[in-house]
Design a binder for this molecule. Structure first.
Ligand code: PLP
Length: 426
């Protein structure tokens, strides 16, 4: 092919070719822990980073490698690393950027698990999070100090369908010599490609829309290749000689994919959250249909949002795809093909109505996940956010009346009929 292949083509072909030893057309599951060396010199070259190749599946595996190339191609990055989960991806990114006592600024509108990871688990590494408000870009700048090493946001934020001004936050980050990390899980690269708007690192929970079928955990880190790690001495994992590799300086040696290499040969090697070859295979299969699924998710979600908006038991609907929504303008810049599958709405009768509604649904599954082919529902106030005080619930976007849907790709008439019968019982 002479021109750059389109997104749909990359989703099926990027990184893959018929298996060189068997001719197998789909990428095989290389279910092995380790790989034979050609000879002693080959082994030494692999261990010394003079040559790329498979050693041990904790560090690299051929099924995982196809997944990495595919995700990098879809995001427009120079390289990617696949790991065991979205949280593992975030851990490795920060472990590569931060020293004890360093700080980062994160959007306060994030997936709840990320808020927990940043406030609790990261504390034991002495990595300190400060919060910015995506509706007030100035708050990110105000939180930056001489200890800040990165800014972290979600492209489309969960819950509530907030669309972040990625370019605006990238401009602040770069003016202060900081990389911008964007969690692109909710949008997927089909809807939004953060690197085109200034992101330096993209992270994913592949568990959600990328895998798409609710059957496999996975995560990814994508290196945009845009950040100059040697401009300061703030990122010693990249810019200082590494004693464990004979004094190699990763940024000098690997240039515009040094960040992905550092996450692999330091973070993944030493911390160990490798993705299984089987899960890499399942997620690769899911990605082949990402464009079709994502468009159907968006089309169905918009119809559901429209239906809910017209229902007399519904107080409000938050979905950036709705004209007039607070984030509709930003959506047209950052996710013009659709605002994703996830939307929230409020029941006029509050907490008890939320519980009755969720229990009355039949097609929707009541569980704590998003990005399955199936339609999913959760009432955060009675489940994921039950431990919080009422004031904390409201601040987290999980007030007593809030219901969150991840609209699936079933027939939309069936989805709306299920919502309709459940609302009738409220
Ligand atoms: C689920 C999720 C994560 C965490 O991913 P896991 O694969 O569950 O570890 C991170 N960010 C967002 C936006 C998510 O939805």
């Amino acid at each position: 092919m002479t021109t750059t292949p389109g997104f749909e083509t990359l989703a099926i072909h990027a990184g893959a070719q018929p298996d060189p030893s068997t001719g197998a057309r789909t990428t095989p599951i290389y279910q092995t822990t380790s790989f034979v060396f050609d000879n002693v010199d080959h082994a030494a070259a692999l261990f010394g980073l003079q040559q790329f190749g498979n050693i041990y599946t904790r560090i690299m595996n051929p099924t995982q490698a196809v997944l990495e190339e595919r995700v990098a191609a879809l995001e427009g990055g120079t390289a990617a690393l696949a790991v065991a989960s979205g949280h593992a991806a975030q851990l490795l990114v920060f472990q590569t950027l931060m020293q004890p006592g360093d700080e980062f600024v994160a959007s306060r509108r994030l997936y709840g698990g990320s808020i927990n990871q940043f406030t609790n688990a990261f504390k034991s590494f002495d990595w300190r999070v400060k919060w910015g408000d995506p509706d007030d870009l100035q708050s990110f700048e105000a939180a930056i100090t001489d200890k800040t090493r990165a800014i972290f946001i979600e492209s489309i934020a969960n819950p509530g369908g907030i669309v972040c001004d990625i370019a605006g936050i990238a401009e602040i980050a770069h003016r202060h010599g900081l990389p911008l990390i964007v969690d692109n899980t909710m949008a997927s690269p089909y809807l939004c490609r953060p690197i085109e708007h200034g992101a330096d690192i993209v992270v994913h929970s592949l568990t959600k829309f990328m895998g798409g079928h609710g059957n496999s955990m996975g995560g990814a880190i994508v290196d945009a290749g845009t950040f100059d790690w040697s401009a300061t001495d703030h990122y010693p994992m990249l810019s200082a000689p590494r004693p464990e590799y004979n004094g190699v300086v990763l940024h000098e040696t690997f240039g515009n994919f040094a960040f992905a290499i550092a996450c692999r040969v330091l973070g993944l090697r030493d911390l160990g959250p490798a993705i299984s070859p089987f899960n890499a295979f399942m997620i690769l299969t899911g990605i082949e249909t990402l464009p079709l699924r994502m468009q159907r998710h968006c089309d169905n979600a918009l119809k559901v949002a429209d239906y809910l908006k017209g229902h007399d038991k519904v107080g409000w609907v938050s979905y950036a795809g709705l004209p007039g929504d607070r984030y509709h303008q930003a959506m047209q810049t950052y996710a013009p093909k659709g605002a994703g599958a996830v939307l929230t709405f409020g029941l006029k009768d509050g907490y008890d109505a939320g519980v009755t509604f969720v229990e009355a649904l039949e097609l929707f599954s009541h569980l704590a996940n998003i990005g399955d082919t199936r339609s999913l529902v959760i009432h955060p106030a009675s489940t994921t956010h039950k431990q919080l005080t009422d004031a904390q619930k409201v601040a987290a976007g999980a007030g007593p009346d809030v219901v969150r849907l991840s609209v699936g790709i079933e027939n939309v008439a069936d989805i709306i009929a299920d919502l309709d019968q459940a609302l009738a019982k409220v």
